[in-house]
Design a protein around this ligand. Structure first.
Ligand code: NAP
Length: 291
């Protein structure tokens, strides 16, 4: 990798950050674009995040930042302004320096919608979706689906209160039709059978031996089943969905497109998405060899 002493610095804030694939993906994109820059992970505890953000203000070669778990909500309170999307989601995954100010953006939802569109030719408008999980990723996805005109959004979560509170939030902010259900709600069978899209945003599947997060016999042939998990590339949910003639997508596309959107916000240039995808695939292969 080539960079000079005048290189722009791009930073990933998180805790932990060692597992992140963003440095591989963004450094490859910077290199391919001929930008003198370097993207580095900065592991920081929540208590130290305000100081870390303050230090960005005095950094003349600050190029931009990403924010990952568990700091996305806290980051929204540390920037000067928020994009409409970040304000709606209440979380920031991208920080941009604008005229001496820090602008907080959130590219997760747009990255997800692009993945649906570009990789599965799927448009949510007028369609029903079931979201499994009600954490940070589910919030960005529920908001993006509601904004894209999804007809009904059913949020199913282990902790029912979180599912209900996310559904209420989406209904209040976007006037969508969302409901929150617990895992043992009898309405789930019909909702999963009738929907066009099932999205897993839980962490169930991260361990290769994890079972699917819902009963796969409920899945309807032809429905699109999307798992945000990208490692393993094929979770038990996707394997079972394929057996039932569903269309399936893993989370690599969302990771790629949210990163490409962040790159564009920082640099004003479209990155080479092919280079970014190749870097991601190589980084995942390297991780698999290490584990
Ligand atoms: P989070 O805020 O911690 O939420 C985790 C969710 O998983 C919660 O709804 C939690 O339910 C549920 N959950 C955890 N363990 C469970 C279990 N054993 N059984 C049932 N439900 C369980 O995490 P997040 O930020 O939303 O991320 C979730 C997943 O999405 C992670 O795997 C992450 O890697 C992935 N992700 C991928 C991308 C991408 O670009 N592809 C982007 C963001 C996130 P409770 O509320 O009951 O605890």
């Amino acid at each position: 990798m080539k960079f000079t002493a005048a290189a722009k610095l791009f930073i990933l804030f998180g805790d932990p950050v060692g597992h992140s694939l963003s440095p591989a993906m963004q450094n490859a994109a910077l290199q391919a674009a001929g930008i003198d820059g370097l993207y580095i992970p900065w592991r920081v505890k929540g208590a130290d995040l305000p100081t870390a953000f303050e230090s960005l203000r005095g950094m003349e070669n600050f190029g931009g930042a990403n924010v990952t778990l568990p700091h996305k909500e806290q980051a929204a309170a540390l920037v000067d302004t928020l994009t409409q999307e970040a304000a709606l989601v209440g979380a920031v995954n991208t920080v941009v320096a604008r005229d001496g100010h820090l602008l907080g953006a959130n590219t997760d939802g747009q990255g997800f919608l692009r993945s649906l569109h570009d990789e599965a030719a799927f448009l949510p408008h007028g369609k029903s979706a079931v979201i499994l999980g009600a954490g940070g990723a589910a919030r960005a996805i529920a908001v993006s689906l509601a904004e894209a005109g999804a007809e009904e959004i059913v949020i199913v979560n282990r902790t029912i209160e979180r599912a209900q509170s996310l559904a209420e939030f989406v209904n209040r902010k976007i006037r969508a039709s969302a409901i929150g259900l617990g895992l043992d709600d009898p309405r789930i069978s019909a909702k999963v059978r009738d929907c066009a899209l099932v999205v897993n945003t839980t962490s169930v599947g991260l361990t290769p031996s994890d079972p699917p997060p819902i009963n796969p016999t409920l899945l309807r042939p032809g429905a699109l089943v999307y798992d945000l998990i990208y490692r393993p590339q094929e979770t038990a949910l996707l394997r079972e969905a394929k057996k039932r003639s569903c269309r399936v997508l893993g989370g690599l596309g969302m990771l790629l497109y949210q990163g490409a959107l962040a790159f564009e916000l920082w640099t004003g240039q479209k990155p080479s998405e092919e280079v970014m995808r190749q870097a991601l695939v190589a980084a995942i292969a390297n991780l698999s060899e290490v584990c």
